[in-house]
Design a protein around this ligand. Structure first.
Ligand SMILES: [Zn+2]
Length: 155
């Protein structure tokens, strides 16, 4: 096994929108259940069988005691904005028609959180501590993806 070590910043490569290689990734058994939950309009957290912690997004193993996570439980769909940024330009430096807000959202009693759009609020009215709830696409447009959630709006 070998690891690529980056010593010079200009060696870092990035791709806009599409990664060149034709890799396909799976979400894994737990990630798939999480996405199926989103498709059904629910937020599901992993529940650790050892420490009982709830984790979102759920991972295959508990990050505290490495126990295997097999159970997902539905959580209340109300989160708290813990951090956010307002984006004014796209990846090419073009001014967006209107600013986009991206936030990190935590859920009370749940470890982790989700990064997602904050919608239906003026950027100037977003603040840390704002209570938000998910806005789902109509059921027939959901594909089992995190983007089945349009964003989170003030609750
Ligand atoms: Zn645990």
């Amino acid at each position: 096994m070998s690891f690529e070590k980056i010593n010079v910043n200009r060696d870092i490569k990035h791709w806009l929108h599409v990664i060149e290689q034709g890799y396909r990734y799976t979400a894994g058994p737990i990630g798939t259940k999480f996405l199926e939950g989103i498709k059904a309009g629910k937020l599901l957290a992993g529940k650790c069988p050892v420490c009982g912690r709830l984790l979102i997004p759920p991972k295959a193993f508990c990050q505290y005691d490495f126990a295997e996570i097999k159970e997902l439980v539905e959580i209340a769909p109300v989160g708290i904005v813990r951090s956010y940024t307002v984006v004014y330009e796209d990846s090419y430096g073009n001014k967006l028609p209107k600013p986009v807000v991206i936030g990190f959202i935590e859920f009370p009693g749940v470890a982790g959180g989700l990064v997602h759009y904050i919608v239906n609020v003026e950027p100037g009215n977003v603040r840390v501590g704002l209570k938000v709830k998910p806005v789902f696409k109509p059921g027939n447009e959901r594909r089992g993806s995190i983007t089945d959630i349009v964003g989170f709006e003030p609750a």
